[in-house]
Design a protein around this ligand. Structure first.
Ligand SMILES: [Zn+2]
Length: 170
């Protein structure tokens, strides 16, 4: 699962060096995952006016704008799925869980940004829906290294997530 690797979160208004630094490794991880027949699912903010997040974070990843597009380096490939979301937690889009259940998915491998925000909130809901969790620590990032580490620690201790490097996850 690739969380919020859209332009606004990588190169745009909420982007940063952390998000940009994981791109090559994540691209490679996704290619290797596809070659093993592992489903690749993107979840992306596609906000509409009036969303409560906008008061806190400003306008970002607005539905239909360039900022909400997945960055070109990580463009979805044939067979991948893309789900829009309106909240930190991707499972607020019911179509996501429906597709994962249909595919018989039991474990989620989480990548993307931000470790302590959308990745962590998605992990929380996934945990209660019964998915086993792995978080790829060198394919996730946050606004600071400290927030990144806090998010990883939280998911490990609260949800029993495995925290692995990309090579270990594969
Ligand atoms: Zn958002």
């Amino acid at each position: 699962m690739v969380v919020d690797m859209v332009k606004d979160f990588v190169t745009g208004s909420l982007g940063g060096p952390g998000a940009r630094s994981i791109v090559p490794r994540l691209k490679s991880l996704l290619a290797r995952a596809r070659s093993k027949g592992i489903s690749v699912v993107y979840v992306c903010d596609a906000h509409e006016p009036g969303n409560p997040e906008l008061d806190v974070w400003g306008h970002h990843s607005m539905k239909g704008t360039e900022g909400a597009e997945i960055i070109e380096e990580l463009s979805p490939q044939e067979g991948d799925s893309v789900f829009e979301k309106q909240a930190f937690d991707a499972f607020t889009n019911p179509a996501l869980d429906e597709e994962l259940k249909q595919k018989g998915v039991e474990e989620l491998v989480l990548t993307g940004v931000a470790t302590n925000i959308c990745v962590q909130n998605t992990a929380a809901n996934a945990f209660y829906r019964g998915y086993r969790l792995t978080v790829v620590k060198d394919c996730t990032a946050a606004r600071s290294e400290e927030e990144h580490r806090e998010g990883l620690k939280y998911m490990e201790s609260m949800f029993g997530a495995k925290v692995l490097k990309a090579d270990e996850a594969l």
